[in-house]
Structures are given as C-alpha cells and as structure tokens.
Design a protein around this ligand. Structure first.
Ligand SMILES: [Zn+2]
Length: 290
C-alpha cells in the first residue's frame, strides 16, 4: 500500500520538553455545515464559526499543557488563515496566523515537535457524506492522488509531518474524516465532531461536549506520546492532480517538474513529502491566480 504506515514510533516519554504542533481547520469543527458559516465575511454566522474554532483550539491547548507540554504552536489553517480570535487564545500558546506561508497548513511544524494534532479536518472532494468535502482548493483541485491513491488533506499533511519524523497523535472532524484517519493513521486518537449526512448537512454533537473530549484526548495524547508513529510514504512520490479547469493545468505546467498527463491532469514526481507539499502549494496558488 503506497501510503503504508511505517511503524517508526519514537520512544519519547512525556517530558516538559514536549512541543505540540496543532494544525486547525474550520470545516470539521463542531456544528459547522455550510460555506456561509466558514467563509470569511462580516456576518454573524462567520463570527460564530470563529468562536467555535477558537474554543476548540483552546481545548487542545489546555489539555496539552495539563499533560506537561513545554510549548504549543497553533497554525491557523483555514482559508485566508486569519480566523482564530487571537485575543481569546490561551496566552501560553503561539499562533501562526495569515498567509502566504511556505508550509501552508503545517507552518511551524519542525522536527523538534513531539506530536501533531489535526483539528477541525474534513473529507476530500468527492467523498460521500462529507460536509464541505474538498481538497485544499475547491476552485483548482478536482481530485488529488498520491502514488495512485485518492487522498484528502489528512494523509498529505500527515506525510509532511512524517517526513519531519513527527507523528499525528490526534485528529478531529466528521465521521468520514475519522474513517480515513483510521485507515492511514490507525494509532491516532480521534474526536468525532459530527456525522455528515450530505455536503451541507450533518448530525452534530454539541460544541461543549466536543470541546471536553478534545481537551481530554489532547492530554491523553501527550501522556502516551510514545504510542504514535510518524507516517512514512514510499518515495519518490507520484503526485497526480486533476484540476477543475484546463487553465489550471496550463499554468501548473509552466512550473519546472510538472508534466501534463491529460487535458486536466498534471503529474509531479517528488523526492520526498516536503518537496511534494511545496509542489502542491504552487499548484494551489498558481491555479488561484490563473
Ligand atoms: Zn478549511
């Protein structure tokens, strides 16, 4: 299996030197089911969504420090990446806000981190029963494949973390997201925020109960930090992307290393997951400007 999970768990005991990296998206946070809620705008719906996301970040920060974390780095990973209400974030955490950032949803993750948490994650474009399912940029990417497997953001981001030797220890999102987490990261703890009924509907847990479980699982992840493995992928990595329009493929193929494999299909052979991630960013940003 191309995205085979190399069992390379590091023997790390929970110490005060543990650095926790949190990549937090918005679509998978509790109760959010529609773009009107998560698209940056002036309205009450987005203001509420920012609070939901901020509270979920605070829940995992609190759990990590309760377990003795030395530092928690939170990367705002949604849309324009300025969603978290920074005045309301637990003062002990550092927050990476805004864009453009080279490592996108994983800016701030280094090999010094003990574990990574993926919070508020969502299903891939094309997944059934995935609220707002998409893969990075719904305007540019129609489908993304790694070594032949259709993938969502979760395994791609986990491969980047794995390249740095950092295991993903906790994932939260809808049931569809967690099903993929179980396949790719079977060791990861999981918090289900909702069960998606369709693209714009979900059976939702209360934000309060989601926050309580996030706090608890964050603490548990750090107390059991040796139980998680860094995801290893076979290299070189073959990344293949079907773009939404042919213009997106036209522009991507101006970038050295990309090849045209079909009218809307481009390919890139990456030496490792970090190079793959960088190439993917160029597709997203060049496509957005095309
Ligand atoms: Zn998002």
């Amino acid at each position: 299996m191309p995205l085979s999970a190399g069992r390379t768990a590091r023997v790390v005991s929970p110490t005060r030197s543990s650095i926790v990296f949190v990549s937090i998206d918005m679509e998978g946070c509790a109760t959010l089911v529609h773009w009107d809620e998560v698209r940056p705008a002036d309205g009450a719906e987005y203001r509420r969504a920012r609070r939901i996301m901020t509270n979920e970040a605070n829940a995992v920060i609190e759990g990590a420090f309760a377990a003795g974390a030395a530092a928690v780095i939170v990367n705002d990973s949604h849309s324009a990446m300025r969603n978290l209400l920074l005045e309301e974030i637990d003062a002990r955490a550092q927050v990476v806000s805004g864009r453009i950032k080279r490592d996108y949803m994983l800016q701030g993750l280094t090999s010094d981190c003990s574990v990574a948490f993926f919070i508020g994650y969502h299903g891939a474009i094309g997944d059934a029963h995935a609220v707002m399912g998409h893969t990075y940029s719904p305007r540019v990417i129609y489908e993304c494949r790694l070594n032949g497997d259709v993938v969502s953001e979760l395994p791609i981001n986990a491969a980047f973390a794995g390249h740095h030797g950092v295991p993903v220890a906790l994932v939260s999102g809808d049931a569809t997201t967690l099903a993929e987490a179980r396949r790719v990261l079977p060791w990861a703890l999981a918090v289900e925020t909702k069960r998606s009924v369709g693209y714009y509907a979900a059976d939702c847990r209360s934000p309060e109960s989601v926050r309580a479980e996030l706090r608890q699982m964050s603490e548990r992840a750090l107390r059991d930090v040796g139980a998680f493995a860094a995801l290893r992928v076979e290299t070189p990595l073959d990344m293949e992307i079907d773009t939404v329009k042919t213009i997106h493929a036209d522009v991507a193929c101006l970038i050295p290393g990309f090849e045209r494999r079909g009218p809307r299909t481009i390919g890139y052979i990456a030496s490792d997951a970090a190079a793959m991630y960088r190439a993917l960013m160029t597709v997203i940003y060049s496509g957005a400007s095309a």
